[in-house]
Each structure stands twice: as C-alpha cells, then as structure tokens.
Write a protein that binds this ligand. Structure first.
Ligand code: COA
Ligand code: MG
Length: 282
C-alpha cells in the first residue's frame, strides 16, 4: 500500500451519473474533487443506465487524455448490501477513478469487505476508499471505522458526513445553525483526525442562498472539516474560499514571527503546503 498523499478537498461536488448535462460540465469546474453518484441521486429504474453512462464518461475521458476539472474523481456506488452494489463496485474499479465512496458504512467490516474485493481484482494500490457516515450505528462505531486510516492494508482515505440521512435516521430537527447535528459532526471530525484521514462536511440543500451557504462553510471549517460536499456548481467558490486555502499556508509560516511557535504549527503548515502543492498539480 502506498502512502496516502495530501490532497486538497475543500470543494467536493456530487454529480448524478444519470445527468449527462451535469457530467459534461465537469472539466470546466474548479472543485477540488467530484463524486459521480450511482446511489441516492439516481432513481431505482435508472440505475443500469447510470452505470453505463459512468463507464462511457470515464472511457471518453481516457480516450481524449483530458485531465481538466476536479483533481480527483470519486465514484459513489450503491450499498454493497443492495442489489446493485457488487456490480457497481466492479464497474467503478474498472473505471480507474481516484476513489470509491461507499454509502451506509456502519462497521470496519463494511470497509474491509470492499477492500478485499479491490485486492481480489488487483486494483491499483492508489485507488482509495471513502466512507459515508450517515447512520446511528456508524456514529457509534466511528472510532473503529476511522482507525482503519492507520491500517497500511486498508485503503480508507476520507469520511463524508451524510447529514440528510442522519436527520432522516435519527429524527433530529434540522435548524439553520445545525445545533442538534453538531455534536455528531464534531465527533466525526475527532475520529477522522485520530485515524489520520480527511473528513468532509455534509451538503447544504438550499443551493440558491449562497450567503447562508458561506456561513455554513465557515462553520464547517471552524469545526475542523477538510472540506464540504456540494450539490451545485454555484457552491464551489464559497467552499474554496472557506476551507484551508493554500495561500494561507504561506501566510501561516510568515506570521509566526514574534509569536510562540511549536512544532505542531510546523506540521500543520507542512500539511497545508503539501495540499497547496497538490492543488498546483491538479
Ligand atoms: N454538477 C454539475 N453540473 C451541475 C450540477 C452538478 N451537481 N448541478 C447543476 N449543474 C449544472 C446544470 O446542468 C446547469 O447547466 P447549464 O447551465 O448547462 O444548463 C447549471 O449547472 C445550472 O443549474 P441549475 O439550473 O441552477 O440547477 P438544476 O435545476 O439544473 O439542478 C439539482 C439542480 C439540485 C437537480 C442539481 O444541482 C443536482 O442534481 N445536484 C446534485 C444532487 C445530488 O447528487 N444529490 C445526491 C447527493 S446529496
Ligand atoms: Mg445517503
């Protein structure tokens, strides 16, 4: 297993695999990553066509040699327990994305099972697994799930908060300040940091009010998230502005003069600079 590289993941846009117009827009978008979705964004009767559209998208991209748009392309498959999951996983692997996002992960076993399939199929070692945290059971097991980030044999690189499902599964009221969700989100951040992996905030459903959205991004950044998942291209710029901007890495180093500086600040700065470097390559 190769070392997990630092990647900027400030803005991570969901794109339904069934939406040809949205897929075609991707090369022109400035999001750090895109999640091409076979799961929640695709209706049951469109699952098969969406998988074919996904394969055609990656085949075309390979044929044209295009590298424009998001620095990472991730595929969200259906849950492995669903009728589509296993076929999705094999199809996704064959597309050679940067990562595969597993929905409804509840135990470390769920990740290790997908991991085994990847290893069986001899996938590239740099094919990462991302995990949706969106059920009560996942939250209760979050420490053990995130700890897989420390396992050199596991491919886990990133956790993604599934806030809509969490609201649905728990019955908490969704308020604009997300006060009832916040303890769980903070716990998720803590677990991800303990496991040495990235963690992304959930989506904001109202994509027309960018002022409210910007505030939510600032909050997510303040909570320690590495970035935010998005549903609409208009949300990319505010997310990029709110989360660990690469230029701030340099600023952080410059402003240490005259202030107590510890080694942990150096590690933080190095992490940001590594992200900035990767952003430059994207
Ligand atoms: N990715 C790429 N392009 C997108 C996009 C997305 N997620 N959402 C919208 N666009 C494009 C539209 O195709 C449209 O393109 P055009 O200018 O060429 O016509 C443009 O951005 C403006 O879109 P707009 O008309 O404002 O919105 P819409 O009504 O087309 O789409 C949604 C609204 C919510 C249906 C759409 O944004 C969407 O499907 N988002 C993703 C939802 C999702 O994946 N959910 C699951 C995870 S929570
Ligand atoms: Mg979900």
């Amino acid at each position: 297993m190769i070392e997990r590289p630092y990647r900027p993941r400030r803005s991570v846009l969901y794109v339904p695999a069934s939406n040809a117009k949205a897929l075609a827009k991707l090369p022109g978008l400035a999001c750090d990553a895109a999640i091409i979705d076979l799961e929640d964004a695709v209706a049951p009767d469109a699952k098969f066509a969406a998988r074919e559209a996904l394969q055609a998208f990656f085949a075309e991209r390979r044929a044209s040699g295009s590298t424009g748009g998001p620095g990472e392309l991730i595929i969200r498959v259906n849950a492995l327990s669903s009728e589509w999951g296993h076929e999705d996983l094999l199809a996704a692997r064959a597309c050679h994305p940067d990562g595969i996002l597993l929905p409804k992960v509840e135990t470390p076993r769920d990740i290790l099972e997908a991991n085994d399939t990847m290893d069986d199929e001899d996938a590239h070692p740099a094919l990462w697994l991302w995990a949706m945290i969106e059920t009560p059971k996942a939250l209760l097991n979050i420490g053990a799930i995130a700890e897989l980030g420390r396992d050199p044999g596991a491919r886990l690189a990133c956790l993604v908060a599934g806030t809509n499902d969490l609201v649905k599964e728990t019955g908490v009221r969704m308020t604009q300040d997300r006060r009832f969700l916040t303890p769980w989100l903070m716990h998720m951040v803590l677990a991800a940091k303990a496991g040495g992996i990235d963690v992304l905030d959930g989506v904001a459903n109202n994509f027309r009010d960018l002022e409210v959205f910007s505030r939510e991004c600032e909050e997510g950044a303040g909570m320690g998230f590495d970035g935010k998942t998005l549903i609409h291209p208009d949300q990319i710029a505010p997310a990029n502005a709110a989360f660990a901007a690469p230029e701030n890495a340099a600023k952080g180093v410059l402003t240490i003069d005259g202030r107590m500086t510890e080694r942990l600040h150096l590690a933080q700065a190095e992490r940001l600079l590594a992200k900035a470097g990767n952003l430059g390559d994207a």
